[in-house]
Design a protein around this ligand. Structure first.
Ligand code: FAD
Length: 302
């Protein structure tokens, strides 16, 4: 029987495990792949106190940190269900059921891919998903943002302050972002909005050099000379297995309060799988710590 069982091994889950284990309580971790999204990140420049690091290096250090404590890490295991009886029960895909007094859900999220040629090939070589992370790399350069929803238009406004020119490509005939964002975008001189644009291919040699798209009205193909392509067509939380188990918002993010508490007694959540306003490593680590302290407070009151 665990006191705290963490599900997920990204920054949020690892931080929660360290904070829980430091209370001297029985802590476990169920992890599909240790490291989470950070493993896909090459340069990280916004871990405060560490001017530059790389995703795999950071997560190796994070894993070492977890291993300094007595945490039972079950790698290569995927949780598929959670329920509350006398204890919280987490069922794994291999059929095992783990019992715990509290659970911390930290299953993260994934950016929707656009699935065009070049996207995978140029990840970290011009193809990006996070303007807060990679925006400064494109200072003075021409970039494209794919996606005209709120996250795409926020990114375009953000990037316009650094990049030479920003092209926004929206598949539909009009942008989907809130009007206030669209109005703000319209005031920026170095932004061009292209609607009805179906992205066809991202092209380059060792880095992105061009993006081609098809104008869906004329069926004509066009090319933009850009060095960066930000793909912002949706962040999907890994919460499919939690539907009808804990309360999710309209974006399928787990709803938490300021202690990381969900609506299921003894179950907490942290990181990109929650309704946190922003999705970043440092924010996930902070919310993992919050959820672990929330779980500890809950335990000492039982
Ligand atoms: P994740 O990192 O998504 O980790 C989720 C974990 O849960 C993984 O271990 C996964 O295997 C596991 N898991 C999922 N489902 C299950 C299940 N059912 N059972 C068991 N385990 C499960 N942020 C920055 O601050 N700076 C950056 O420079 C930066 N660059 C980025 C670049 C890219 C390409 C991407 C995709 C993201 C970047 N981010 C960056 C965002 C950052 O990576 C995330 O905010 C952060 O990783 C979220 O941490 P998390 O622990 O909540 O989730």
């Amino acid at each position: 029987l665990f006191d705290v069982l963490v599900v997920g091994g990204g920054p949020a889950g690892a931080s929660a495990a360290v904070y829980a284990a430091r209370k001297g309580i029985n802590t476990g971790m169920v992890v599909e792949t240790f490291g989470g999204q950070v493993m896909e990140t090459l340069g990280i420049e916004n871990m405060i106190g560490t001017p530059y690091t790389e995703g795999p290096k950071l997560m190796r250090q994070v894993e070492e940190h977890v291993n300094e404590y007595n945490v039972d890490v079950m790698k290569g295991q995927r949780a598929k269900d959670i329920r509350k009886n006398e204890f919280v029960e987490v069922e794994l895909e291999n059929g095992a059921v783990l019992k715990t007094k509290t659970a911390i859900l930290a299953t993260g999220a994934r950016w929707r891919n656009i699935n065009v040629p070049g996207e995978q090939e140029f990840k970290n070589k011009g193809v990006a998903y996070c303007p807060h992370c990679d925006g400064p790399l494109f200072a003075g350069k021409e970039v494209a943002v794919i996606g005209g929803g709120n996250s795409g238009i926020e990114a375009a406004i953000d990037l316009a302050g650094m990049a030479k020119h920003v092209y926004v490509l929206e598949f539909l005939p009009e942008l989907k972002a809130d009007l206030v964002l669209q109005k703000r975008l319209a005031t920026l001189e170095n932004v061009t909005v292209i609607t009805n644009a179906a992205t066809k291919e991202i092209v380059g040699s060792d880095h992105v050099e061009q993006l081609t798209y098809v104008d869906r009205q004329t069926n004509r193909e066009a090319t933009l000379a850009v060095e960066g392509v930000f793909i912002l067509i949706g962040l999907m939380p890994n919460t499919e297995w939690l539907k009808d188990r804990v309360a999710l918002n309209e974006r399928n993010e787990i709803i938490v309060d300021k202690h990381g508490t969900t609506d299921l007694a003894g179950v907490f959540a942290a990181g990109d799988c929650t309704d946190s306003a922003y999705k970043q490593i440092i924010i996930s680590m902070g919310s993992g710590a919050t959820a672990a302290l929330g779980a500890f407070d809950y335990l000492i009151r039982q």
